[in-house]
Design a protein around this ligand. Structure first.
Ligand code: DP6
Length: 338
């Protein structure tokens, strides 16, 4: 039986956002979401299973290269979230023992790009692989979701992925709408804010219902959701673009009108949004979306991508540009971190 495994898992960008939970502890969402799994922004995680009692050990590579770049004991807040998930997975598999974990991201965690979706997806799959434990893709998605990072439930799958909101208890998992080969879309990420965001997504979900616009969004969502899904299936970029930008603006409207209000946007965010609008005026196929942060994901076609990336890099407001695109999902790796 294997006792060590390494998994690389990608992050994802939501076209329809998970925002607000019926059961936050188990990450049961109020609304369905739909995302594109990325290719370059990934987490790499090695898990080693050991017999006997004792504490888990969680190592990470410090996100800031100035910290030395080697593996070190993860800080307490991060380590305890990982340890709780390891306990949960241990209970599910009934394996006993303890785990050693090492994790790192290919993208700068300090760049404010969500790393919990990729990180908890990689951790979940690496534990299952280290134990030689077969799990269906539905079970993998459910287990990743139980980490508390709901978006991790979508990262266990590649391509275009939906996560319905109609499950109950354990039964709530993502499924693939179309594989990566279906449609080559790109995500050029304009990083305008480095460092962790002030308000976590968890707090955002918690406050979402306090916004007077929350119910309005839920009422309008089925129509938008169906339209986004259809546009993805039809590879209709002209239809998809305006829908995803409107969806991101709705999410941030709710955040800004929650009590207390959450302002993820920075002045630089508005500058990028305006630049993307003017790129469209010049004939480029590019639309913006944002997760719970200030950075702008510019979704574009392969033809427009080089020009979009070049123009974003030229903006004073942009610290760096990450070029990514749709990818096939997680994979086992031969090289271990431990
Ligand atoms: C705005 O609770 O999954 O990205 O664990 O921080 O990634 P993290 O957050 P999670 O909420 C995701 C919120 C979102 C929209 C989305 O990805 O659906």
């Amino acid at each position: 039986m294997p006792n060590k495994a390494t998994v690389r898992s990608p992050s994802n960008i939501a076209f329809i956002k998970y925002w607000g939970a019926r059961d936050l502890e188990h990450a049961i969402p109020e609304n369905p979401s739909l995302s594109m799994t990325l290719k370059e922004c990934t987490s790499l995680c090695t898990v080693e299973h050991r017999d006997g009692d004792g504490a888990h050990e969680v190592l990470w590579r410090a996100p800031d290269p100035a910290d030395g770049g080697g593996f070190e004991t993860a800080p307490p807040a991060f380590a305890s979230r990982v340890e709780r998930h390891l306990d949960r997975l241990r209970d599910w598999t009934g394996c006993g023992g303890r785990f050693r974990v090492a994790t790192e991201n290919t993208f700068p965690a300090a760049a404010g790009i969500a790393s919990s979706a990729s990180g908890f997806s990689a951790l979940t799959l690496a534990v299952l692989a280290a134990l030689g434990r077969e799990a269906s893709v539905e079970e993998q998605s459910e287990l990743a979701r139980l980490s508390g990072s709901g978006s991790a439930s979508r990262s266990v799958l590649g391509g275009y992925v939906e996560w319905p909101a109609d499950g109950a208890g354990e039964r709530c998992h993502a499924r693939q709408v179309a594989p990566a080969e279906h449609w080559d879309l790109r995500d050029v990420i304009a990083v305008v804010e480095s460092g962790p965001k002030q308000t976590s997504s968890l707090d955002g979900h918690r406050r979402a219902r306090t916004s007077p616009y929350f119910e309005t969004r839920l009422e309008r969502l089925p129509e938008r959701y169906a339209a986004v899904r259809d546009a993805v299936l039809a590879r209709d970029f002209a239809r998809l673009g305006p829908l995803i930008e409107a969806e991101a603006i709705d999410l941030h409207t709710i955040a800004m009108t929650s009590e207390p209000a959450i302002f993820y946007w920075q002045p630089a965010t508005l500058e990028v949004l305006a630049a993307v609008r003017s790129m469209r005026g010049d004939g480029l196929e590019a639309w913006s979306t944002l997760d719970a942060g200030a950075n702008v994901h510019v979704i574009c076609t392969p033809t427009s991508e080089p020009e979009v990336a070049g123009r974003l890099a030229g903006l004073a407001a942009v610290e760096k540009v990450l070029r990514d695109g749709v990818g096939p999902g997680p994979a086992l790796e031969d090289q271990h971190l431990l």
